[in-house]
Design a protein around this ligand. Sequence first.
Ligand SMILES: C[C@@](CO)(OP(=O)(O)O)[C@H](O)COP(=O)(O)OP(=O)(O)OC[C@H]1O[C@@H](n2ccc(N)nc2=O)[C@H](O)[C@@H]1O
Ligand SMILES: Nc1ncnc2c1ncn2[C@@H]1O[C@H](COP(=O)(O)OP(=O)(O)O)[C@@H](O)[C@H]1O
Length: 284
Amino acid sequence: MDTPPLIRLERCPAPAKLNLFLHVVGRRADGYHLLQTAFRMLDWGDSLTFALRADGAVHRTTEVAGVPEKQDLVVRAGRLLQQASGCRHGADIAIDKRLPMGGGLGGGSSDAATTLIALNRLWGTGLSRAALAKLGLQLGADVPFFIFGRDAFAEGVGEELQPLTLPPAWYVVVAPPVLVPTAEIFRAEELTRDTGPIRITDFAASTTRNDLQAVACNRYPEVGAAIEWLAQFAPARMTGSGACVFAEVGSEMEAKDIVEKCPAPMRAWKAKSLARHPLSDWLD
Ligand SMILES: C[C@@](CO)(OP(=O)(O)O)[C@H](O)COP(=O)(O)OP(=O)(O)OC[C@H]1O[C@@H](n2ccc(N)nc2=O)[C@H](O)[C@@H]1O
Ligand SMILES: Nc1ncnc2c1ncn2[C@@H]1O[C@H](COP(=O)(O)OP(=O)(O)O)[C@@H](O)[C@H]1O
């Protein structure tokens, strides 16, 4: 019997990421900062559903607070894939948003990566993982990592990726009640921009830091307060440009205990590391 054509892809995961460390090692001629970072994927994130449209339109069918449909990275990802492939299909995209926005967890980038991977399948456009990662970089520096699909040591602006093999781990992620604009942190005069490069083998927590953390804590004391609270239980650090902070803990039970103690208005979640992107099998 013939396989029926795909018309819908239900509940496709868009996992969060942590930056286990983040060093600013230089600056490109266009002002973008050169980084070294370790990306870790988490088994916690948004979820997206895609339905085929015959009229070529790409629509978001759910509201995302503060993000107009046209600017949503999922809509932009769909249109970019159409342009790159010449595809005439369209899609309705529903997002079940769980990740705090602008939290340094890469939610928007992960939504975009999931859209590129899922629509590449739904539309049968057949782009390779490498081609999708290149397209994704136009949407955000974290998108190639999610398409790469596993923990990674990253350089450049985050697009030069090498696989990292890390033991499974449990994390507590805490969101302070504040939004930290990425651009403001990278623009800050006081940002350290000359951390010496390290080798992939040297990124154990003791020898690394997040260079963006001092700037974020200085300008947004809520971030420092969240680190201080979480550090009672385990070494805590900011992810990306914040505002979220995280700590590795010994077990799910320990994570659960800490999450239950988290005082409002901070919010906390437990999350496990994820070895492979759940949609990896749809690539290559
Ligand atoms: C910091 C990181 C670490 O993973 O993650 P998040 O905190 O956003 O999750 C990323 O590098 C975020 O990359 P990306 O998602 O592309 O950043 P955007 O929000 O588009 O960047 C906003 C602005 O910050 C500056 N910027 C960003 C990235 C970079 N490597 N150098 C920069 O100077 C640029 O001025 C840019 O216009
Ligand atoms: N689908 C989306 N989900 C989240 N943010 C989005 C989305 N589309 C566009 N954005 C924009 O991207 C910005 C960064 O969001 P996000 O990726 O969640 O944070 P971060 O880059 O700090 O990890 C948001 O403030 C929002 O304006």
